[in-house]
Design a protein around this ligand. Sequence first.
Ligand SMILES: [Fe+2]
Length: 285
Amino acid sequence: MRASRLFFISTGRCVENTIASCTESAHLLFSYQASKTKSSKSTPITDSILTCRCFGLRYLRKLRSVNDRNQQQFNTSIIVKEFMTDLAAQRKKLVSTSMDQIKSIIKSKGVNRAALEEVKGIVISMTEETKMFGDSEFPTPTPAEIAKIYLLSDEDDGDFSLYLISVLPVGPSPIHDHGTFAVIAGLDGDEENTIYKRLDDGSVEGKASLEIDRKVTLKSGDTIAFMPEDIHRICVVSEKPTRHFHLYGKGFEQQSNRLEFNIEDGTTSAAAGSFIPVDVSRRVV
Ligand SMILES: [Fe+2]
C-alpha cells in the first residue's frame, strides 16, 4: 500500500483527501463526491486544478466538474481516467506504447530514411517527459564512469534496443558506424555530431576514404537518425552531461557489423558496440 495525497483546489476552497491504496501501475479511476460539503451558495467549478503529490512528485491535471444547482450545495464530481500515481508505471506505459509504434513503422516500411523520419517523431516526443527520466532514477555518471547506459527496452535478440545514455563532457569518440539503424534524441546537454561522407565504394575490405560532410549539434528536443552505413563521431560540447535517448535496430551487444574508421590511414576495423557496461535494472519493457 502506498499513500498519495490529493489536493483539490477550487475557488477559495481546499479539500484534502488521502488515497491510501494506490498500487503500482494502477489505472486509478477516481470519483470524488464533495456533496457532503455543504455550501451556502452554489459554486460552479470549472477548469479546476488537481495537484497530486505522489512520492514527492507533483502533477497538475485539469478536471471536469459538475455543479448540482438543484440541491444548492457544493456538489462536485471529479473523474480522473487513467490517473497513474506511480511515475514508473507512466514510464512503462510511455516506453511500451512508443516501442510498439516504432516496431510497427519499421516492420511495415522497412529501414529507410523516410521510415526513420517517422520514428524520430516518436522518440522526440518522449523527451518531453523529463520527469519520467530524471536524474533521481537515472543518475548521471561519476567522473570514473564517464558514461551511464540504461537499457529501457529491447527484444530477446537485441532488436529494437532503446537506451537512456548520459555522458560526461568528453570526446571525441572514434569515427564509427553502427551497422544498424539509430535514432538519437536529446533530453539534456549538447552533443556535436560530425557526419562523414564515404568516398570509396567499400569494395576493399579494411579500407575507407572519408571526408567530413557536416556537423550537427544535438540539443534538448533535437533528434537525428542514422542508416546502418552512416558514419559519425560524437563529442559532448556542453559543460553538463548529455542525457539522450538512443534507439538502435540492434543493441550494443548485437552490433557485430560495427566499424571504426581511421581517417588519416584510410582504414577500417571491427569494433565493439560499447565499452561501457549496460545497466539493465531500469528495463521497463
Ligand atoms: Fe554512434
